[in-house]
Every structure is written in structure tokens, then in C-alpha cells.
Design a protein around this ligand. Structure first.
Ligand SMILES: CSC[C@@H](O)[C@@H](O)C(=O)COP(=O)(O)O
Ligand SMILES: [Zn+2]
Length: 215
């Protein structure tokens, strides 16, 4: 902490490095097209490092990561945080154990979100990769990945997410025609959850193509 900043600038630098390195790899997979997607890491009890709105997420530099408080207000900057900041900060505010939130726009996430929007969820069942989710120890389980309607009204979307969170522990949700939110206690866990969702959605879409889906 310095006299002039209400956060530790070295902590911001470490969070920014972690976001830049990981997001570059996600972008190389085509999961962040056309400046889409946003990413954040918790810095401390009240501050969050988050991507600046509109930046090319595959080419992030330190200046593209800013600080907001858990209410979503910019801290010591005039930069504009992600248009979807509220979807990040609502998670940090409610769950002190959450340390990282990742949002991507892959083709699989977007197509699956449209195919399953009417059902409101995609059932992921019987896959070994379900063990990638914290707390799961067997393939012999099921996870319903919720699909919410898209809107540009973030408070409205956030209130729908709050209702989902009331239903019990979860590691992500889809937004129709939009993409995926996934989170974890730290970057490694959030990324593992994101990659697991992406893989399982690809499997479900392939099963549908083969006419073998029970979903
Ligand atoms: C470029 S279209 C995608 C955006 O509307 C939004 O969904 C998104 O993910 C990125 O917004 P951003 O404000 O850069 O965080
Ligand atoms: Zn988005």
C-alpha cells in the first residue's frame, strides 16, 4: 500500500501479469474474438483487477488492467472498466473465497447457449472431466450449466445470476448467444473450470451432431 493508492501496486502488477499471460493463451484458441470477453482477479478484500472495456484481449498489456472496488467503482483511475464489471464484482462481493472470474466467447459456448436457451440449462452427466470441478470426485455425477437470457441491462442480468447463486454452489453459467462465465478460488482453478466447460460443451455439441445426445 502507498500513501497515494488504496491498494498495493505490486499486487496489481502481479494480477495484471497473470491475466495477460493466461488470456493470451485463451485468445490463441479463438475464445476472445473481436475484443470480446473480460477477466478479473481479486487483489484484496475490497479491490479487484479487471480488464479495461473494449481492449483486444489477445494483446493485453499492463495498462489494459485497472482496479475497481467490489461495488464495481473505478479505483484511482479514469479508465472505464469492462461493460460487464457487475457480473464479476457480484461474485467477489458474495463469495470471499472466489479469487478469479473469466468470461469468454468461444464458438462452442455461443452455439450451445443458443441451442439450450429454451431449456434454461445444459445437463453435463457421466463425463470423467466433471472431476475437473472443485469438489467433484467421480464421473458418476451431473452438473446443470445454467443458460440465462442475454441483455445489455447488467443489473437485470446480475439479479438473475443472484437467483442462481441462491440455489447452491456453482462454477459458471452461459448467457444466450453471448458466452460463458466461469470462476474459481484462483486463476488456475478458474481456468481449469473454464476449460472443462468448454470441453464438455464441445462433447455435447458433437453428440448432438451424431444424433446421440440425450440432452
Ligand atoms: C465486442 S462484443 C462483446 C462485448 O459486448 C462484451 O460481451 C464483452 O465480452 C467485452 O466487453 P468489455 O467491455 O470489453 O469487457
Ligand atoms: Zn461478453
Amino acid at each position: 500500500m502507498t500513501a497515494s493508492l488504496p491498494y498495493d501496486p505490486q499486487r496489481l502488477a502481479r494480477c495484471a501479469d497473470e491475466i495477460i499471460v493466461n488470456v493470451r493463451e485463451l485468445a490463441e484458441r479463438g475464445w476472445t474474438p473481436a475484443t470480446s470477453s473480460n477477466f478479473s482477479c481479486r487483489m484484496d478484500a475490497t479491490n479487484v483487477a479487471i480488464t479495461v472495456s473494449g481492449r483486444d484481449k489477445g494483446r493485453l498489456v499492463a495498462a489494459d488492467i485497472m482496479v475497481v472496488d467490489v461495488g464495481g467503482n473505478p479505483v484511482a483511475t479514469t479508465q472505464k472498466s469492462s461493460a460487464e464489471t457487475l457480473l464479476h464484482t457480484q461474485l467477489y462481493k458474495r463469495f470471499p473465497e472466489i479469487g478469479c472470474v473469466l468470461h469468454t466467447h468461444s464458438v462452442n459456448q455461443t452455439v450451445a447457449s443458443r441451442l439450450y436457451a429454451a431449456k434454461g440449462a445444459i445437463r453435463l452427466e457421466g463425463y470423467e472431466l466433471l472431476k475437473a470441478f472443485a469438489g467433484n470426485t467421480t464421473h458418476d455425477t451431473l452438473l446443470d450449466l445454467p443458460v440465462l437470457p442475454n441483455t445489455q441491462d447488467m443489473p437485470e442480468l446480475a439479479s438473475k445470476v443472484e437467483a442462481l447463486l441462491d440455489g447452491g454452489p456453482m462454477w459458471g453459467y452461459l448467457i444466450e448467444g453471448h458466452g460463458l462465465y466461469a470462476w474459481g478460488r484462483d486463476m488456475a482453478e478458474a481456468r481449469r473450470h473454464l476449460e472443462a466447460f468448454e470441453f464438455l460443451l464441445a462433447c455435447e455439441l458433437e453428440m448432438r451432431r451424431l444424433g446421440a445426445s440425450s440432452n
